[in-house]
Design a protein around this ligand. Structure first.
Ligand SMILES: CC(C)(COP(=O)(O)OP(=O)(O)OC[C@H]1O[C@@H](n2cnc3c(N)ncnc32)[C@H](O)[C@@H]1OP(=O)(O)O)[C@@H](O)C(=O)NCCC(=O)NCCS
Length: 177
């Protein structure tokens, strides 16, 4: 898992066009027939100051293929962000979504965000179960009856200096044993 790069575009396009109709609808709330170069460009060319985008790659003999991704976008006026997730069909239910969202929570906290939310189709049981398991509250949204909002407060992020200090401390303790 690493931040997405613009050069991932062609591989991401291939992976997106392999998604089932269900996965497309669950993520984009619409039935997308084909992901064009432009659509992929809009999805992965982000403003790093406002957005964070992770990709999960599967490595095999032919190279690396993107199998999942997750992002958050910062709100304009509040210390809040909106997240979304997408796991390729063959890789769902293996804990990848859980790992991505935890990584998003960590990074959002580090950036000083206090709350994270996301929109989820009301019939998207896997996403609602995952959100509940990670302490998101589920509530009505302002986007109609078939869309719910999941929301949770974020832990206060540690400053990079504090994190570096802790790492050093535990490394020293480890060496003393
Ligand atoms: C919803 C989605 C993100 C879940 O990711 P995932 O990698 O499949 O989920 P995980 O394997 O990490 O599951 C974590 C938890 O979610 C819940 N969950 C996941 N899939 C589930 C399913 N099919 N039924 C019930 N609960 C499920 C469980 O609580 C699970 O915990 P457990 O493994 O301890 O039982 C993924 O299925 C997906 O990308 N779907 C299509 C796009 C989408 O719905 N995006 C969300 C819109 S923001």
């Amino acid at each position: 898992m690493r931040p997405m790069r613009p050069s991932d575009g062609p591989q991401v396009k291939v992976s997106l066009n392999k998604l089932s109709a269900d996965a497309r609808r669950s993520r984009f709330f619409a039935s997308i027939a084909e992901f064009s170069d432009d659509a992929v460009h809009r999805l992965i060319d982000i403003d790093p100051a406002r957005e964070y985008l992770l990709v999960v790659l599967r490595r095999d003999d032919n190279g690396e293929i993107p199998i999942a991704g997750g992002r958050f976008v910062l709100e304009d006026q509040r210390p809040e962000c909106a997240f979304s997730l997408l796991i390729g069909d063959p890789w769902q239910g293996q804990g990848i979504g859980r790992r991505i969202i935890k990584a998003l929570i960590r990074e959002a906290s580090r950036r000083g965000m206090r709350r994270m939310h996301g929109h989820v189709l009301a019939d998207n049981r896997p996403m609602l179960a995952l959100a509940r398991a990670l302490h998101f509250a589920v509530r009505e949204s302002d986007q109609g009856d078939d869309v719910l909002e999941v929301v949770r407060e974020l832990p206060v992020g540690k400053s990079p200096r504090w994190t570096a200090f802790c790492r050093k401390f535990w490394r020293r303790r480890g060496n003393q044993r």
